[in-house]
Design a binder for this molecule. Sequence first.
Ligand SMILES: CC(C)=CCC/C(C)=C/CC/C(C)=C/C=C/C(C)=C/C=C/C=C(C)/C=C/C=C(C)/C=C/C=C(C)/C=C/CC(C)(C)O
Ligand SMILES: C[S@@+](CC[C@H](N)C(=O)[O-])C[C@H]1O[C@@H](n2cnc3c(N)ncnc32)[C@H](O)[C@@H]1O
Length: 353
Amino acid sequence: MLGSPAFQRVATRCFLTRPIARRRARALFDLVAGFTYSQILTACVRIGLLDLLARGPLGLATIAQRIDLPLEGAERLLRGAAALGLVERCGANWILGSQGAALRGNRGIAEMIAHHHLLYADLADPVALLRRGGGGGRLSGLWPYAESAGRGGGEAVAAYSALMAASVPMIADQAIDAYPFRRHRALLDVGGGEGAFLAAVGARVPDLRLALFDLPAVSERAFARFEAAGLTPRTRIFGGDFLVDPLPQGYDILSLIRVLHDHDDAPALALLRAAYDALPPGGTLFIAEPMAQTSGAEPAGDAYFGFYLLAMGSGRPRSASEIRAMIKAAGFSRSRVVQTAMPLTASVVIATR
Ligand SMILES: CC(C)=CCC/C(C)=C/CC/C(C)=C/C=C/C(C)=C/C=C/C=C(C)/C=C/C=C(C)/C=C/C=C(C)/C=C/CC(C)(C)O
Ligand SMILES: C[S@@+](CC[C@H](N)C(=O)[O-])C[C@H]1O[C@@H](n2cnc3c(N)ncnc32)[C@H](O)[C@@H]1O
């Protein structure tokens, strides 16, 4: 019925159903045209338009000169960006729009946008990507651990580690608000990257001992961060491969922040078993990542992360209940979901050994 042109005609004409028909048409149009919106956003970030307008209102000619575009190109971009709420016209000038201001409030979003050209290239032929089972493209080159057995040395991990460190504040604050880490003595962050999450926890929970486990080339990058944050005396850094090496013991809480969804089911389950083995009885496993089927954030899970991880070459977004079932299979006695303030970026599941 919804697809019938006759029904659509009637629904569009009748004053009672017209608002619904318009809303539905707009939502469908956004689905059809979303990639052009994303590319306008990419242009704004790459060219520095939002940073420029954050400093104050400017006229078209000045903007065009500062972002090095011809007058017509600058106007086309400004008008497109205004239609998306990124900028706004204010008399004869242009200012930051509400979405542009929200975006600038969070450096991680701009960093994500800046690396999306890799995903965009891989998604140019989504059917081919699905047929070959994912990976093998530009994005998988950024994440050497997803497809390559060697997992990459210093240079290979630098780009993704910096990207993760820039975007982890979006998740860290919510994770720390959602759970009283002060209850614990010692936290081991598994797949902890350059230590940005631990540094954030360390700043909020003064007496907690902190430890990081990641691939050797990644974990080395954490020394400088801990030193700069004055955290060296209460931190330890372990280099290793969590799919091969046992995890260090002596920690009453282990965290997996944006780690589980990177891995296919068999290695993900092996990782949960390794966490179980490393924890003492009564110990806690803390999992934070964007999850599938999260109410109000459905497209972020199975659409965005579903296809992101497909292009990356391993893993899949899982729902909280799928994660809880895996946790149970790994031996944990109980688990629960904890609400976060922004489930779009991360949900939390906590398990007890
Ligand atoms: C003043 C009056 C009258 C009213 C105020 C109205 C009001 C309440 C306005 C709200 C203003 C406000 C607080 C806005 C806040 C906006 C926020 C917080 C927006 C946040 C957006 C977050 C986004 C878009 C996050 C995007 C994240 C992405 C794309 C993350 C990608 C992550 C990747 C690719 C991770 C990869 C890791 C891997 C490989 C999968 O493991
Ligand atoms: C998506 S990043 C998340 C980093 C950090 N937890 C965060 O949220 O910013 C996944 C992390 O897992 C690490 N990792 C992947 N495979 C690994 C393995 N087999 N052994 C140890 N660490 C691994 C990566 O090096 C990377 O730092």
